[in-house]
Design a protein around this ligand. Structure first.
Ligand code: HEM
Length: 316
């Protein structure tokens, strides 16, 4: 074999690398001789991935339900991956923030577009039966979804509207007691916390409070203010933040709400959700009026948050 200067240069670099760690390069080259080639299926752990669906019932459509939830959680993982890159950036500027936020928005766009798989992609009669085997589990218990919200805005914006002024300067743990979603998870009949909520809090309360504390100065809202203080041009960033706000707080929730209407709406009385919530009063964005960036909207836009869309979902 002809040892070209390119090969020699690489051998030299390898030699340097191993020598620095007190290792013998030739032994490692022997190892390469025996090593298998990497395969696609090993690289992405395909067999493990495809073994993670365990339906609780024999209804074939339950598998669709499980897989679509898993797909959504993987997208949420992608979103959080970008949230961390933004929040932990040592020298953040508007350009980097905007580029990463565009990625996040494309993930939520994909999730919103694909939600029809849930709305039209399962037989209602199968769904209404297999869901009874999943009690009291609910998508409400998605920890990643709540973490995205904590990265997105000041924690106080996630507190129930009527408690915000009172708790503005309160410790994070006190604010957490009044986080908006707790009110969605009260039992219809007794007004008590649902088991769904109790279990969720047991697993995640500490994580959420700690993340809230860690994000005081570097949630997206705080970071936007900081960049403005530094005199950065944040026009493009604000456009993406508005898109993000609508995607997470109106478009995705409405696509999701449409699935609840399709499967759980039964006149004259709605069917109880697995989490036991009063979902018709809780889920519509125009009632929740969750807004990450109130200062980026006009009072009229805030007033009409989610309205046009809700009418379309309910009457369409
Ligand atoms: C047929 C499909 C679905 C139906 C009928 C449905 C129904 C519901 C209902 C009724 C609630 C209110 C809480 C409860 O009582 O359980 C809820 C909450 C929630 N679900 Fe779903 N869901 C569906 C699919 C999904 C999927 C695929 C995800 C993805 C992870 C998801 C994530 C969530 C989240 C994050 C909440 C909390 C929303 C909030 O607090 O505003 N759901 N769902």
């Amino acid at each position: 074999m002809h040892i070209t200067p390119e090969i020699e240069e690489r051998l030299q670099r390898l030699q340097d690398k191993y020598e620095a760690m007190g290792q013998d390069m030739t032994s490692y080259l022997d190892g390469l001789l025996h090593a298998d080639f990497l395969t696609y299926w090993d690289y992405i752990h395909l067999d493990t991935l495809l073994s993670l669906q365990s339906p609780k019932t024999p209804f074939p459509d339950e598998e669709i339900f499980i897989i679509y939830h898993q797909i959504t959680e993987l997208y949420f993982k992608l979103v959080l991956h970008e949230c961390r890159q933004i929040a932990n950036h040592a020298t953040l500027n508007a350009a980097f923030f905007t580029s990463r936020l565009k990625r996040i928005n494309s993930y939520f766009e994909a999730l919103t577009q694909s939600f029809g798989i849930m709305v039209d992609g399962m037989e209602k009669e199968q769904f209404l039966q297999f869901r009874m085997s999943l009690l009291p589990a609910s998508g409400f218990q998605s920890g990643q979804y709540r973490m995205i919200e904590i990265y997105a805005t000041d924690f106080i914006n996630l507190v129930a509207k009527d408690k915000r002024e009172e708790l503005r300067n309160a410790p994070m743990a006190d604010q957490f007691e009044y986080i908006y979603w707790k009110f969605g998870a009260t039992e219809l009949s007794t007004g008590k916390k649902t088991l769904t909520l109790k279990q969720f809090e047991k697993k995640y309360a500490k994580t959420f409070i700690e993340l809230g504390e860690a994000c005081v100065a570097n949630n997206f809202n705080a970071l936007l203010s900081q960049l403005k203080t530094w005199g950065e041009d944040t026009g493009g960033l604000e456009d993406e933040l508005r898109r993000f706000d609508v995607l997470v707080n109106v478009n995705w929730p409405l696509a999701h709400y449409k699935s609840a209407v399709r499967y759980l709406n039964r006149e004259p009385e709605e069917i109880k959700a697995t989490g036991g919530t009063n979902w018709q009063k809780y889920l519509p964005p125009r009632f929740q009026k969750r807004i990450f960036y109130p200062s980026l909207w006009t009072p009229e836009q805030v007033e009409n948050w989610g309205k046009a869309w809700v009418d379309e979902v309910l009457n369409g």
